[in-house]
Design a protein around this ligand. Structure first.
Ligand code: ZN
Length: 198
C-alpha cells in the first residue's frame, strides 16, 4: 500500500510509533503559509511558535514559508494573537482531512505514554503504529478507527467497502492481504494493536 493514491489524501492526524518509546503516539502535519512580503520574514523568523523555511517550487523558484505546528502549540486561532497585516490565524488552520501540502511530511509527534513532544519528519508507512507485516509486505492503517474498519473489512464475508467510513482506503488494500488465510493472520495482529496488546 505505497501507491500515490493511498498517500494522498492522508488524514491531518495519524497514529505513529513514538520515536522515544515505540508506543502509540499522535502525529499531526505542520501547516505552511506563504510569507507575502519580504519585510514580514523577520517577524516569522523571530517568532517562538512559527518556524521559517525557504522552499523551492517545481519550477525552481524560491518562496518563503511560515510553518506552524498545531500538535505542539495548539489551535492557531487560540494561540496566535499578533500577526503582520494580511494574515489571519486561520491561515494555519487545517481542514479536517488535508492533503499533504507542498509535498511536506513535516509535523509533530505527541506521546501521552512517555510525554515525548517534538517535531518529526514523517516516514510513511514505516512510522505507522497500526502496521502488520505479511509475506514481506506491510499492511497499515492511518489510525485506530481505520485500523478497526480494516480489521472488520478483512473478516467480513462480502467485503463491501462502501459500507465503511474509510471506504477509499479499504478499496486499495492489496489482494495479498485479502485471502482468507492472510485475513485471519492479519486480523489477529491488528486486534492486538487495537487493544493495546502488542
Ligand atoms: Zn512515547
Amino acid at each position: 500500500m505505497t501507491g500515490p493514491y493511498e498517500w494522498n489524501p492522508m488524514p491531518h492526524q495519524l497514529e505513529v510509533k513514538c520515536p522515544a518509546c515505540q508506543e502509540k503516539a499522535q502525529f499531526e502535519f505542520a501547516e505552511v503559509q506563504k510569507i507575502i512580503l519580504k519585510e514580514d520574514i523577520d517577524f516569522f523568523k523571530s517568532s517562538k511558535v512559527f518556524e521559517y523555511r525557504k522552499f523551492q517550487d517545481s519550477c525552481g523558484h524560491y518562496w518563503h514559508g511560515a510553518l506552524y505546528y498545531a500538535g505542539l502549540h495548539g489551535d492557531p486561532e487560540i494561540t496566535l494573537h499578533t500577526l503582520p497585516k494580511g494574515y489571519t490565524p486561520s491561515d494555519w488552520k487545517h481542514s479536517a482531512y488535508l492533503y499533504r501540502s507542498h509535498g511536506l511530511d513535516i509535523g509533530s509527534v505527541r506521546c501521552d505514554r512517555c510525554g515525548f513532544r517534538g517535531k518529526h519528519s514523517l516516514q510513511w508507512p514505516e512510522d505507522a503504529y497500526f502496521s502488520v507485516a505479511y509475506k514481506n509486505q506491510l499492511l497499515w492503517a492511518f489510525n485506530q478507527e481505520s485500523a478497526q474498519e480494516l480489521h472488520d473489512y478483512l473478516l467480513s464475508f462480502q467485503r463491501e467497502h462502501l459500507k465503511y467510513k474509510w471506504a477509499a482506503f479499504l478499496l486499495h488494500v492489496p489482494t495479498v492481504f485479502k485471502t482468507r488465510k492472510a485475513s485471519w493472520t492479519i486480523s489477529k495482529q491488528l486486534c492486538g494493536l487495537i487493544e493495546g496488546k502488542r
